[in-house]
Design a binder for this molecule. Structure first.
Ligand SMILES: CC(C)(COP(=O)(O)OP(=O)(O)OC[C@H]1O[C@@H](n2cnc3c(N)ncnc32)[C@H](O)[C@@H]1OP(=O)(O)O)[C@@H](O)C(=O)NCCC(=O)NCCSC(=O)c1cc(O)c2ccccc2c1O
Length: 264
């Protein structure tokens, strides 16, 4: 972990803290960030010291704002990675598969792919200033599969469709009311609250928790296969004029104009 640039990993009394450390980009992830997150989750998985995992973002403004749209504008992709692939599916996979409870400590905006990351964590505890939402249709992207089907499981079809079709921002209180998060606390109490939840978890049987997590996952496993199809499409869509309009508009700080793509 000493060669990490985008993520920090630390273990405190049985709880592994995995922190996305790109605050100047609102903790947006690039391909390298995703690689480091996957390695961190695997490290926590294999460690006999660790019984619970917390995922958070550096600073007070952002948990994670999804894929790095400045990187995408600069290079047309999410940048270099160990394998040459953008391994976000592997990241989703490891959050679900790591046989230890994962708590999202949502310390600020959780938007786009960052919203999906908190959604996939087993539990979400939010600071009262946290903001939630999806943004893909505004920037020429989408996170279908778990990002749509699992979201609908969590909060219902109508609300999931509202989130994706309007790309609005939602407060922590609204997220709590919809069942998107487990608890909301003042920002300065977030780490202590996550610590307290982890301490309760750490008193329980690890094997029982592992099997319960696997059992809860089994019912939504098919969304991964749907996601694989969606990512294949996304790779092609990302190079289209429509998607480029979305990403250009974000970087030029203007509203996108998708009007000429309505007929397709
Ligand atoms: C996150 C925001 C809602 C915050 O809004 P706010 O008004 O509070 O702050 P600013 O807009 O002024 O932002 C501050 C500062 O941070 C920069 N920034 C914010 N988000 C990003 C980002 N995602 N990438 C890069 N930089 C970001 C912003 O430019 C400002 O910097 P300045 O230099 O200008 O000061 C709001 O910022 C926002 O809506 N951000 C964009 C959110 C977004 O579109 N995310 C990506 C969606 S697509 C995605 O996540 C995605 C996920 C996947 O899993 C994929 C998998 C496979 C392929 C593609 C995928 C994919 O695209």
């Amino acid at each position: 972990m000493s060669d990490f640039t985008d993520v920090t990993y630390e273990v405190e009394d049985g709880l592994a803290w995995i922190t996305i450390n790109r605050p100047d980009r609102y903790n947006a992830f690039r391909a390298r960030t995703v690689d480091e997150l996957v390695k961190s989750f695997k490290k926590a998985w294999g460690s006999s010291e660790v019984g619970a995992i917390a995922l958070t973002g550096a600073g007070e403004k952002a948990f994670c704002s999804g894929g790095d749209q400045k990187q995408r504008m600069e290079t047309g992709d999410y940048g270099p990675s160990d394998s040459g692939l953008f391994e976000v599916e592997a990241l989703h996979r490891v959050i679900r598969d790591v046989p230890k409870p994962v708590i999202a400590a949502v310390n600020g905006v959780a938007v786009g792919g960052g919203h999906v990351l908190h959604l996939l964590c087993d539990l979400s505890i939010a600071a009262d200033h946290a903001i939630f939402g999806q943004n893909g249709p505004r920037v020429g992207s989408f996170d279908a599969g778990l990002g749509t089907g699992y979201l609908a499981r969590a909060i219902g079809e109508k609300r999931a469709r509202e989130i994706w079709f309007l790309c609005r921002r939602y407060s922590a209180e609204q997220a709590l009311d919809w069942g998107l998060v487990n608890k909301v606390v003042p920002g300065d109490q977030l780490r202590a609250e996550v610590r307290a939840w982890a301490d309760e978890i750490l008193q329980l049987s690890p094997t029982a928790l592992k099997v319960l997590k696997q059992s809860l996952n089994a019912d939504t496993e098919h969304f991964i296969a749907q996601g694989n199809m969606a990512y294949s499409t996304l790779k092609l869509f990302g190079e289209s004029a429509e998607a480029i309009e979305g990403i250009s508009a974000f970087n030029e700080k203007r509203k996108p104009d998708f009007s000429k793509f309505r007929g397709a």
